[in-house]
Design a protein around this ligand. Sequence first.
Ligand code: SAM
Length: 303
Amino acid sequence: MGVNYLRVSVTDRCNLRCVYCHPLCGCDYLERKEILRLEEIHRIVRLFAKCGVRKVRLTGGEPLVRRNIVHLVRKIAGIKEIEDISLTTNGVLLESAAEELKAAGLHRVNISVDSAERKSFKEITGFDFLPKVTNGIRKAIEARLSPVKINSVLIRGINVSQILPLARMSIHLPVAVRFIEYCPTSKYTRPASDYVPTGEVRGIIENEFGLLSEVASGDTDGPALCSRIKGAAGTIGFISGRSSTFCQSCNRIRLTSDGRIKPCLHSSRYYCIKGPVRGGASDVELLELIRGILCEKHAYTRH
Ligand code: SAM
C-alpha cells in the first residue's frame, strides 16, 4: 500500500498533563527555534503531496495551542493534491476554534476524551476541563467537522470504569467513540501490561448494551473496527494496536514538530528534514530525500 497519509505534529506543547502521555515529571519542551515554522511545515506538506500524500492530520502536543493554526489549515487546504485535512485535539480550545477551522478547510476532528466523568477526567488529565471539552464536541458537531471521533485510551487502574459512560456517548451523540489500546511512549508513563485488550472492552459493552452490530468501515476509519449499539446515533470503534498489528496496511508517515520524518511509529528511526530545509535545499533536493524515505517505508510494509 502506498503512503498517502501524513501526520504532522505542529507543537510539542500541551495544555493537559495526561498520565499516560505527558506526565508532570517528563515535561521538557523544545526551544522555540527548534520547532518548524508554519511556512516550513507548509512547504514540507506541499512536497509530500507531490509524492502521493492526499490526507494530512495535524496533531501535537496540542495543535490548538499553536498560534496561527487556522492559517496553517488554510494554507494546507490550498494544496491541490490534498483531499482530507483532519485534526487530533484534546478539545479544550475547540469551542471557539471550530467554526474558523471549518471555514479554513478543516474536514474533521478526533477529540481525545478518556473519561466522561468530571472527577476522573481531572485525575487523568490534571485539569478540570471536561465541561470545556464537552462544549468543544458540541461545537464540532454543529460546525460539521464530521465525522467527529472521540478517542479514548484505556489503561487498567485508571479508566476501565469509564468504558460504559464513554460508550453511552455514542448512543446520544452522532460521534464515533473509539477505544484505543494503550502503548507506553516513555519511561515515565504506565507499564505496557496496563493496556486493556479490545476483546475485554467489547465484552463489557455487550454485557450492558447487548451485541454490537458491525458497521462497514469508512474511508476515514483507518485501522478501527466499527460497530454500533442498537438504536445509537453514533458508532463504537476499536483500535487494537497491541493485540494485533497493522504494519502490512500502514499508509502513514509522521513529521515531528522539530522537523524529523519518522517512517514508523514503532521504530526510533528518523530522518531530519529541518536541516536541509533551513540549509537552503531546493525543492528537487527535498523531493529526493522524501522519495528515499518513502521507499524505505515501502520496504518495511512489504512483509
Ligand atoms: N493533544 C492532542 C490530543 O489529546 O488528542 C493530540 C496529541 S495526542 C498525543 C494524540 C492521540 O494519541 C490522543 O488520542 C491520545 O489519546 C493518544 N495517545 C497518547 N499517548 C498514547 C499512548 N501511550 N497509547 C495510546 N494512545 C496514546
